[in-house]
Each structure stands twice: as structure tokens, then as C-alpha cells.
Write a protein that binds this ligand. Structure first.
Ligand SMILES: Cc1ncc(COP(=O)(O)O)c(C=O)c1O
Length: 387
């Protein structure tokens, strides 16, 4: 268990530097435009001599406040907030690759990241090779010839946590840029910049928001890379985060350490009990892996289980009362997401089939309800779903 209130975490999440009329919560700059007081000020701003908001697709003070907090929490020089996790992932990748480049990616990345690789990037002449991120020697041998190494740790569906520090060291030696999806751990449990990663991306729709009321993404990296991503990609794709969402994310951040602690405790307890349950064949949870993942300081409430052969996935989903059937995670509510349903999802290649996830796997998002109520719900439904 980490000291959640160590370092500057408490100050960063709870304290809003900007004070307006002594309000404890800063107002939302819910506007698109900021005017200039003179012709000269406009010239100086466009010449880069003054850094100030001009138009919300570029800089907005509420969005900036969120970006500054993420940069502090991740230990990066700067951050850039975008309209979704996929906008953060695609913008970060597009800032690194050009036609003809090859990406090396760990297996079991988030399914839409996989589709972005296979549907979008291949169209523009960028190819992707997939590798087992837990095998350092294989990664080291495969890195040369690639311009980008894409990590997600823990991975989607099978929740395999990797030694991010060692992987980023190998990539640095090979001159390969690294990007990691850090949504699962949140900045509370893992800070990949401090482990040597170049670019961190988050789906802020998950734990950072925490309330299932925002779709957002954020990139944390050096000031130079933020300027490059802004200037070469996001300004033209128009994928900037809007002020209201940023304001909701600032609210989410204030309780992030407390929520992560609750998700970790309840998630661990339920995962342990499921591991002993006859209806469960395997628990996919980083704490249950016999592998080193030294940069990970804690575990969240998202993990998967493979059900025993005699247990019906459909019956389990339908019998659960507190756990709702849903695709997202990281919010206050507990969810079950069956891999089987994603196998029949239309539209492009399917990552669960491609990487080999059994249709008997279901993912659980352990929310903030009473863990004993959640366990009761699972026990009852597992019993009813066992033939
Ligand atoms: C691991 C991971 N990364 C990225 C994303 C994409 O985030 P968003 O839905 O905010 O675009 C998701 C969404 O489910 C995810 O699970």
C-alpha cells in the first residue's frame, strides 16, 4: 500500500491555485474566444512572445488548469488535454510516425487502439508488429527498425503488467520513442515519465473522471513534445478538450487518491475470493501474476476472470443485480463486460480474437459500492450461472 498523501499529491489534487472571489472551486471559462487589448498584443501573441489564450481550440484557462495538474501528478513538464482517450492516443502516435514507419506494440492493447493501428495507420503506410511485453530479451531484439514502441501496462483484458522501466531503457538504447497508456493505474499508482517513458496517454474518461460523466483524454510529456503535438496534430484535427469537461475532471481529481485506494482494496478482496471460487478458472489481475512490475505502486479495481466451462457467461451477466453490463470502467459503478460480446462486435478486426482471449473471460469493474454487497451479488449470480 502506498502513502497516498505522500509527496505533493494532496496539494496537487485538492488545491486550486487560481482564486476568483475566494471561491473554493474555480469558475469555468465557458467561452471560445479571448480578445486582445491592442493590435500590438495580438502581434506579440502570434509571434510567440506572449503565451495567452486566444481561442479555446488552442488554449483555455480551465483546460489549462487541468493540464497543469496532470503534468504535476505525472511528473512531466507539460500536458495536453483532448476530447477523448482515443484522441490522446491517436494524436500522440501521429506526432511520432510518418509513412513507411514501423511500430512495435505490446499485445492486448485496448481494442480501439488495435483498430487504429490496423484500420487507420495501415492506410497511411505505417505497420505494426506485436510483441510479448513481459519478455525483455525478445523486445530488445525486436526494437531496431521501429520508430515507436507502444506500451499499455497493465494490458487490456488479461491485465498483464510489465516492467515499464526496463522496457523504456531498452527502447531508449535503441533510439525508439515510447508511448504508454496509463489509464488503468492512473497517475496515483504509476508514473511512467519517472520510469523513462517519453509520452504518457490517459483515457481521462476512466479513473481521472471517476463519475462516468465525461469522455476525455490527456497526454503528459515534455514541453517540447506538447508544443509539437499541438502544433503538428491536434490544432488541425480539432480534438481539444472543452472547458466544461475540464472542469468536471478537476472535480474528479480532488478525490482521485481516495477513490483509487477504495478501488484497490475492494478489487483485491473480491479478486482473492473469486480465485477461491469453483466457478472461476483464472483471475487476470496484476497482483496475481508472478512477474516483476516494479513501477506499479498499487492496483485499481479493474480485472478479468475466466469462468469454468460449466458456467454460462450470459446467465452470469443477466443474474447480476448491482454489477451492470457495460463497456467502460473507472467510474463509481460496478460493471461486468463479457469478452464474448466483443467477439461479435462488427466493424473491423477484433483484438480479443486476434490476441486470443477466451470467450469465457469477463471483465469486472469494481466500483465504490460496499464490497460485501458486491461479493453477495457475484456469489448469487455465479451460483445461478453454474450448470
Ligand atoms: C485502456 C484504455 N485506453 C484508452 C481507452 C479509450 O478512451 P476513450 O473512451 O476516452 O476514448 C479506453 C476506453 O475504454 C481504454 O480502456
Amino acid at each position: 500500500m502506498i502513502d497516498l498523501w505522500g509527496e505533493d499529491t494532496a496539494t496537487v489534487v485538492a488545491h486550486d491555485e487560481a482564486s476568483f472571489a475566494d471561491a473554493v472551486v474555480p469558475p469555468i471559462f465557458q467561452n471560445s474566444l479571448f480578445t486582445f487589448s491592442s493590435y500590438q498584443e495580438m502581434c506579440d501573441t502570434f509571434a510567440g512572445k506572449i503565451n495567452r489564450p486566444v481561442y479555446t481550440r488552442g488554449i483555455n484557462p480551465t483546460v489549462r488548469a487541468f493540464e497543469e495538474k496532470i503534468a504535476k501528478l505525472e511528473g512531466s513538464e507539460d500536458a495536453l488535454a483532448l476530447s477523448s482517450g482515443m484522441a490522446a492516443i491517436s494524436s500522440a502516435i501521429l506526432s511520432v510516425v510518418k509513412p513507411g514507419d514501423r511500430i512495435l506494440s505490446v499485445k492486448h492493447v485496448y481494442p480501439d487502439t488495435f483498430r487504429f493501428f490496423e484500420i487507420f495507420l495501415r492506410k497511411f503506410g505505417v505497420s505494426v508488429d506485436y510483441i510479448d511485453g513481459s519478455n525483455l530479451a525478445t523486445v530488445e531484439a525486436a526494437l531496431p527498425g521501429h520508430s515507436l514502441f507502444y506500451l499499455e501496462s497493465p494490458t487490456s483484458w488479461i491485465m498483464e503488467a510489465h516492467d515499464v522501466k526496463a522496457l523504456c531503457e531498452r527502447a531508449k538504447e535503441a533510439g525508439v520513442t515510447t508511448i504508454i497508456d496509463n489509464s488503468w493505474a492512473s497517475p496515483i499508482f504509476q508514473n511512467p515519465i519517472k520510469l523513462g517513458c517519453d509520452i504518457v496517454v490517459h483515457s481521462a474518461s476512466k479513473y481521472i473522471s471517476g463519475h462516468s460523466d465525461v469522455v476525455a483524454g490527456v497526454i503528459a510529456t515534455s514541453a517540447e513534445r506538447v508544443a509539437q503535438i499541438r502544433g503538428e496534430v491536434t490544432q488541425y484535427l480539432g480534438s481539444k478538450l472543452s472547458p466544461f469537461e475540464a472542469w468536471l475532471l478537476l472535480r474528479g481529481l480532488r478525490t482521485l487518491p481516495l477513490r483509487m485506494k477504495a478501488h484497490e482494496q475492494a478489487g483485491m478482496e473480491i479478486a482473492k475470493r473469486l480465485a477461491e471460487h469453483p466457478a472461476v478458472k483464472t483471475v487476470f489481475h496484476p497482483a496475481f501474476q508472478n512477474k516483476a512490475h516494479p513501477g506499479l505502486r498499487g492496483t485499481s479495481g479493474l480485472f478479468s476472470i475466466e469462468l469454468a466451462e460449466n458456467v454460462s457467461v450470459e446467465a452470469l451477466c443477466n443474474h447480476l443485480k448491482i454489477f451492470k453490463i457495460g463497456v467502460s470502467w473507472g467510474g463509481h459503478e460496478s460493471l461486468i463486460c463479457p469478452a464474448q460480446a466483443s467477439l461479435i462486435q462488427s466493424g473491423g478486426p477484433n483484438s480479443t480474437a486476434f490476441f486470443g482471449v477466451s470467450p469465457h473471460v469477463v471483465r469486472l469493474n469494481v466500483g465504490l459500492e460496499d464490497p460485501e454487497d458486491l461479493w453477495g451479488d457475484l456469489q448469487e449470480a455465479l451460483g445461478a450461472a453454474s450448470e
